[in-house]
Design a protein around this ligand. Structure first.
Ligand SMILES: [Zn+2]
Ligand SMILES: [Zn+2]
Length: 428
């Protein structure tokens, strides 16, 4: 195993609030030493990190790796390659596969396969209900024993409040976070984008903001009553931010994430019927977008997650209403977030950015990640925060190329990514 000495970087470790120019030694797969003026020892590879951040590997708690069953969209290997290219060292994969990850055997299988096939660490979010049909809660004890870190029906949100309440009670008993995509299907049925001026102009059916907020309120009320940890996925509405703020103030165990695309884009991106701008929840209004930014700045929104959702070109080539929801995000997330941050009147600090993308998401899902502590496994990313680069989908590692950021000039990129001290990505 190779050892490394990372020199002259800006070390950012939100776990200890450390922001300092220093060097980092990686030895035997672990973080061995941190300090100024470290000199490479015999056999160590020197990496000059001048102008770069040295941060704990990024953690994406919301990705779709599509295995088993949909390997034409993505695999554990290609999804993992996309992750490390984007600076991510740990990801949490969602259970809406074919078949869904609703039993311990499948959870074991994906974990074991990911260990062999994926260059990044993969944690499994199991289903919340059997077959993700929203009717019968899963066996949470068995799922937890098999190594699931949370439960979610993501794209198939539980519609019955009674079932959700029972699922929360069950998950609370085994300390499993309940991770929810909040959508009242009676309000969003048949919609392919946000309901607003753009959908009216295009003649497309839209989903109102209330399709999200009605379920945020319901789930938060149930979480408060059952005591379970509720994590809300991909918040997309201004009122959603206010609801999370309210329930946090009430003392509910509630956390939430926002996706980079909801921070940068609005429903105007759908104007040319570009199916790469079709995702669920949909891109919303400028008012919503600005409220999400404020939610991040005020700490109401806890972390950033991509909802990396690969789809093959032939699937996205369908007419807008028929095309599947979702975009890839692992390789553009960092560049999008740093671009977005550079446009803010009061940008977040580098430490805050790393916290949003690594330390806090790791803490929320209780993953052994998000820290540069000496002795910890060396999951490390070296980021060039100022590098401007153009998104070329054909150069992506992901099997799918469905991104609305094609041709965009983003800001910031992972130069080197280490997982357990192994260099798994080095930018050209
Ligand atoms: Zn979702
Ligand atoms: Zn998702």
């Amino acid at each position: 195993m190779e050892n490394y000495c990372l020199k002259n970087g800006r070390i950012l470790d939100p776990a200890t609030q450390l922001d300092a120019y220093a060097d980092l030694r990686i030895r035997g797969g672990r973080i061995a030493e941190m300090g100024t003026e470290l000199s490479p020892e015999t056999g160590e590879t020197l990496i000059d990190c001048t102008g770069c951040w040295i941060a704990p590997g990024l953690v994406d708690i919301h990705v779709h790796l599509r295995e088993p069953g949909q390997s034409h969209k993505e695999t554990l290997q290609t999804g993992g390659a996309a992750a490390v290219a984007g600076g991510f060292t740990s990801v949490c994969c969602m259970p809406n596969t074919d078949p869904p990850l609703d039993n311990p055997t499948l959870v074991w299988e994906i974990r074991a396969r990911a260990e062999r096939e994926s260059p990044c660490k993969v944690y499994v979010v199991a289903a919340l209900t059997q077959g993700m049909r929203g009717e019968i809660p899963c066996d949470y004890h068995a799922l937890k024993q098999a190594g699931a870190i949370a439960c979610s029906d993501d794209a198939f949100p539980v519609q019955s409040a009674e079932v959700m309440r029972r699922a929360m009670l069950g998950c609370a008993a085994y300390e499993l976070p309940v991770v929810t995509h909040c959508e009242d299907k009676t309000l969003s049925e048949g919609a392919s984008m946000h309901a607003g001026a753009v959908s009216a102009l295009l003649g497309l059916k839209g989903a109102p903001a209330s399709a999200e907020t009605v379920q945020i309120a319901r789930n938060a009320l149930l979480a408060q009553e059952t005591g379970c940890h509720l994590h809300i996925q991909h918040l997309s509405t201004a009122m959603g931010v206010e609801l999370v703020r309210f329930f946090k103030a009430q003392g509910a165990r509630i956390s939430c994430e926002v996706a980079p695309h909801h921070l940068l884009l609005t429903d105007a991106a759908c104007a040319e019927f570009d199916t790469d701008a079709k995702m669920n929840p949909p891109l919303r209004s400028e008012t919503d977008r600005l409220a999400l930014a404020q939610g991040v700045q005020q700490g109401v929104i806890d972390c950033i997650a991509t909802d990396h959702a690969p789809h093959a070109p032939f699937e996205k080539a369908q007419p807008f209403p028929a095309a599947p929801f979702g975009i890839v995000g692992l390789e553009t997330a960092l560049g999008c977030v740093l671009l977005w941050n550079s446009l803010l009147a009061q940008p977040l600090t580098p430490l805050q950015i790393v916290d949003l993308l690594s330390t806090t998401p790791a803490r929320l899902m209780r993953l052994p990640a998000g820290t540069l502590a000496v002795g910890a496994p060396a999951d490390v990313v070296v980021i060039d925060p100022n590098l401007r680069w153009t998104v070329e989908p054909t150069r992506m590692h992901s099997k799918s190329k469905n991104t609305p950021f094609k041709g965009w000039e983003l800001r910031g990129k992972a130069r080197y990514t280490f997982v357990n001290g192994v260099l798994v990505h080095a930018a050209q």
